[in-house]
Structure formats: C-alpha cells, structure tokens
Design a protein around this ligand. Structure first.
Ligand SMILES: [Zn+2]
Length: 302
C-alpha cells in the first residue's frame, strides 16, 4: 500500500523517537564520533542554456555582509535547510556520512559493497578529516558513478555563527569560522580529488539560519534528512533495516559509512531488495541528490 510522504519530517522523527528511544539520542547523527534511476524518468533540465557559473563570494565580502545579521534559529530543521527531496523527485535518496576524527576514520566496506551489489545510488557526505585519512578511498568512491560526493565540513562542527552547540559539540564561533567550515573542505575536495560538491551537511547536522543562508550563497544546498537510518551508527541492524524499508517518495535517509562495527551495513543490506521493489512498484527509484534537485544546484566556481 503506498504510504504518502509525510507533510512534516518532524512527524517521522517523532514517531521514530516514540518507537525506539529518546529524540536526542536518535538525532545524534555523527555526534558520537558520535541512484542510477531506472524506469520512467523526468527529462533532464535543458542543457542548451546552462546557468552562468556561480562565483563564490570572497571571505572578506561574506564577513562584511553577514557580520551584523542575526543568527536565527539553530537546529536540524531551521529555515534554509533542505530536509526531503523536491516534490518533483521520482524517488527517495540514501545519504551516508563519513565524519572523521579520532574514532571516526573507519570505512564500512560492507555497506559500500551492498550498495554496489544492489546498484543502489547514494550520496556520500565526506568530512575533510576522513578524506585526509582515506584519500585512496575518496578517489575510488568519487570515480564510481553510483555515488555522488558531498561536503560534510572541515572540522565536523555544527555550522553556527555564534558558537551554538549540539550534543555538547561547539559550533563554529563566527561567520568567518562558518565560511571556513564550508569552504576549506569544499576546496580540499576540489583541489585534491576533483570533486565539486553541491550539497553540504554540517557535523551533527545542526546549523543556524545564518549558516544555512551562507551555505546557499556559497553555492551549496544545506541538506539534512527526513528519516534517520542509523542514529549516528548506533542502531542495531534490525532497526536500520526497518528504517531503510520505511523510505518513501521524497524521503532522504541518513546513515554512516565510517563505522564498520555498527549495524548499518547489515541493516541496509537486508532492507535494500524490499526497498527497491517497493519503490519500483510505484515507478520510483533511488536518486543521488543532484538528480533529485536538478537545476536547483549549481557548483560554485571558487
Ligand atoms: Zn558526521
């Protein structure tokens, strides 16, 4: 039976929290460290008239333009952050983060192998610390058309303009630091691996409204999620599987691919056949984020 995409992602999270534990624990994505579509498709945006290349504002221009602006609300779902896919998207999206840091530099090769086995596209958000620790893997993943590489920040800090903290992790303390949190990794991914990331997810996935606006001005879409697949790689495999099977049109699921000891790979692997089958029954597929957002994204030219 088709399940409609819920109007409010909060509703899905609330349900999940009620089923499985406290919201704070469930939403601690990353805190503890803490698709090629098939079937009928919308035609791609016309390529004949490409949008003019975006020019990233300079750091000094950003500092002067944003210094006196209000930071706005801070959280997972504040204004300016994308949660699900556009209404036009004919499918759902899997996203997985690699957070890096002292205990977060692992690689879940079983998860990546499962995605490849089932030809399940995904968007991989990579933090600079993880990329620096795993350059060969970044090259391998970036070269695989099944995957899109996205920006998971430089130091894995919440993207804040006044130092707001999430799960006890201090956010960037100023708009200058927020700029660096986005752009240092953006340039690192571009210069080192030839990757032009189009989506940004901060460490802990928390941002304030000013950070989200800055992100957009820099040419990146701030991207969170509607379904928490692994709660910061803490869910057992059975919970990961049920969360993965729950994805519907417009959903964006978040998991992790830097925690090989977690239940993420087993849960996703177990659920993928049923998920792909249920999507296909509705002429839906798994999508990389750029496929879903199309012309809304524009790679910045630094
Ligand atoms: Zn993370």
């Amino acid at each position: 039976m088709p399940t409609p995409f819920p109007g409010s992602p909060t509703g899905r999270r609330t349900l999940l929290a009620g089923l499985l534990g406290t919201g704070a624990t469930l939403l601690a994505s990353c805190a503890a460290d803490p698709l090629s579509p098939r079937g009928p498709r919308q035609p791609p945006p016309p390529a004949a008239a490409p949008a003019p290349a975006r020019v990233v504002p300079s750091r000094s221009a950003v500092l002067s333009a944003y210094a006196s602006k209000h930071s706005g609300a801070f959280g997972l779902e504040v204004k300016g952050i994308e949660l699900g896919l556009p209404a036009s998207a004919r499918g759902a999206a899997l996203t997985f983060d690699a957070c890096g840091g002292p205990s977060g530099e692992g690689y879940d090769d079983a998860l990546i192998a499962a995605l490849r086995k089932h030809r399940a596209p995904a968007t991989l958000f990579i933090n600079q610390r993880w990329a620096a620790a795993n350059p060969g893997l970044v090259r391998e993943l970036a070269a695989d058309p099944l995957f899109e590489i996205a920006n998971h920040g430089t130091t894995h800090a919440p993207l804040a303009s006044r130092g707001q903290a999430a799960y006890g992790i201090p956010g960037t303390a100023s708009i200058a630091a927020a700029y660096d949190e986005i752009m240092d990794n953006q340039r690192y991914l571009a210069d080192t691996f030839g990757v032009q990331a189009k989506f940004f997810r901060s460490g802990t996935a928390h941002q304030d409204e000013l950070g989200a606006a800055l992100c957009r001005e820099l040419g990146l879409l701030p991207m969170n999620f509607t379904v928490n697949l692994d709660a910061g790689a803490t869910f057992p495999a059975a919970s990961v599987a049920s969360q993965t099977r729950a994805l519907r049109a417009g959903d964006v699921g978040i998991g992790h691919f830097n925690r090989p000891a977690s239940g993420t790979a087993r849960g996703v692997s177990e659920a993928l056949p049923a998920l792909l089958e249920s999507l296909a029954a509705r002429n839906l597929v798994l999508l990389r984020l750029s496929e879903a957002f199309g012309a809304q994204t524009g790679a910045p030219s630094a």
